[in-house]
Write a protein of this length. Structure first.
Length: 494
């Protein structure tokens, strides 16, 4: 049905219908002068002295009052639904609060995958009851402290039963060249003589106004290093060698590498090494030039190429320093450092349990090495369990480098006697002795990258969590101690 909207508005000047007329309800007896109100099919109006059919140009269709009613009913229904949802959430939260110790909020936590054993002694001779005699009790709101221990212990047993340290197959040089063309195109096969570090000259094609760091990712994406690169730009042209109208920049690979592990004191070692006058470091502590990001995950199974393969291809005589720490304590420190909120011993316990189950699900179908290097799995785990599996990584490094090329230290020894540790490092790198003043500065400098005060206030992990992690890392520590012929790497508590 066609009708006027507020209605005949000066449609035909100087004609009958000259005033606005309300016709929302259709034809009205008092508005018979309006053609549309008479039910006629057209309204004439003048454009350039010509009459045209308005309804032929613009057809107005009624939307009807019923559309507004539908919209209002929809809004009313949404409000009712919201009230219903709020009521349900209130009831659920009330039941959660009343349940007290049931932390899973009506949904079982991921490691409650089977029935609990009523007697923890069946799983382990020292159950939670024994632990309770020596340690403080968990809070009432801690997750099923006793019940979870045997089920998590079963997961640990399942993992450790599948531990197998296999020998990896080494790729040949041609395979490495095919995999990473860029490295082999920029690094020469021969280096400058009389230099500890492998160095070479590379021609710089550009003018003194050319920005050498235009495409550098650190410049593009990191505010932290912008001031550093501003200083490098100013000094860049003066550091070049200029010969016969050509310009050359000195390029070097490191003489030695600190290869790990995170939260094991490597930053402190790095900062103290910087104090030695014979040691020069890059502008960036961790430049990530040798990085797995070059390759990505090329297979779902064990990785065919590792970073050490490429380092060995160019530097078969490189020296490697490793700093390790009790993997149990390393994991808790890692959690406190990287977790952003809601940190607590309870939360750490839950995350450990979840990570163990994820790792178990992997080793049920894949080899140990495949799971350790599985980036998807590592990103999914709420805590980085795999970082503490030192034996797996060290065996892979020893597959390409000789044992004599490594200096392997413990953070516990470094923390108790910094002077002795640094003397070992200097001897390993064939560095000259320090003056008394330099040595005093090195030994008296405060430790770097220590635990934040707010994290120290959280206290230690739960004793049961510590025991679970000791059981998990135990076989890996035993293999590490065997390889290094040093029982100290068992990290046995005395």
């Amino acid at each position: 049905m066609r009708h006027c909207i507020n209605c005949c508005i000066q449609l035909l000047p100087n004609e009958t219908c000259t005033q606005p007329v309300g016709c929302r309800g259709g034809p009205h007896p008092s508005h018979q002068a309006c053609p549309a109100c008479k039910g006629e099919n057209k309204i004439l109006f003048r454009v350039d002295s010509k009459q045209m059919n308005l309804l032929a140009v613009l057809e107005v269709r009624t939307e009807g009052n019923e559309s507004w009613g539908g919209f209002l009913r929809f809004r009313k229904g949404m409000r009712c639904s919201l009230v219903f949802v709020l009521v349900i959430m209130t009831l659920v939260m009330a039941s959660y609060i009343l349940s007290g110790v049931h932390q899973e909020l009506l949904i079982p936590s991921p490691f409650h995958y089977g029935g609990f054993l009523s007697n923890p002694g069946v799983v382990d001779s020292e159950g939670p009851g024994d632990l309770k005699e020596h340690h403080h009790q968990p809070s009432v709101n801690n997750i099923s402290y006793v019940k979870d221990y045997p089920s998590i212990k079963l997961i640990v047993n399942s993992i450790t039963a599948r531990i197998e340290f296999t020998t990896r197959q080494l790729p040949d040089l041609e395979d490495l060249k095919k995999q990473e063309l860029h490295m082999f195109s920029v690094i020469p096969s021969k280096f400058l003589p009389n230099s500890k570090s492998p160095c070479w000259y590379e021609e710089f094609v550009g003018k003194n106004t050319t920005d050498p760091y235009l495409t550098n990712s650190y410049v593009l994406y990191s505010r932290r290093f912008r001031s550093t690169f501003d200083a490098l730009r100013k000094a860049f042209w003066g550091q070049l060698s200029h010969t016969n109208g050509k310009h050359f920049r000195l390029r070097c690979l490191p003489h030695f590498y600190i290869i790990g592990q995170p939260k094991c004191g490597t930053t402190d070692l790095y900062d103290r090494l910087r104090l030695h006058p014979e040691v020069k470091f890059s502008a960036i502590k961790e430049p990530h030039w040798w990085t797995r990001k070059r390759f990505g995950d090329s297979t779902d199974s064990e990785p065919p190429f590792l970073i050490q393969d490429f380092i060995h291809a160019f530097q078969p005589h490189a020296k490697l320093i490793v700093m390790l720490r009790d993997p149990v304590e390393r994991l808790y420190s890692d959690y406190l450092y990287f977790a952003s909120s809601n940190k607590s011993a309870d939360d750490f316990h839950e995350k450990v349990a979840e990570a163990l189950q994820l790792f178990e699900n992997c080793v049920l179908d894949y080899s140990l090495r495949a799971c350790v290097y599985n980036n998807t799995l590592n990103n999914a785990m709420p805590v980085r369990l795999q970082v503490g599996l030192y034996a797996v990584y060290l065996l892979d490094w020893l597959s390409v480098f000789s044992k004599e090329q490594f200096l392997i230290l413990r953070l516990e020894d470094h923390a108790s006697n910094v002077k002795y540790t640094m003397q070992r490092v200097f001897e390993f790198l064939n560095l000259g002795p320090l003056s008394e003043k330099q040595e005093a500065l090195l030994t008296k400098s405060p430790a770097s990258n220590v635990r934040r005060p707010e994290d120290r206030n959280l206290g230690p992990m739960w004793p049961v969590t510590q025991r679970i992690l000791q059981d998990f890392y135990g076989p890996f520590n035993a293999r590490l101690a065997q390889v290094l012929a040093d029982e100290a790497f068992m990290w046995k508590k005395t």
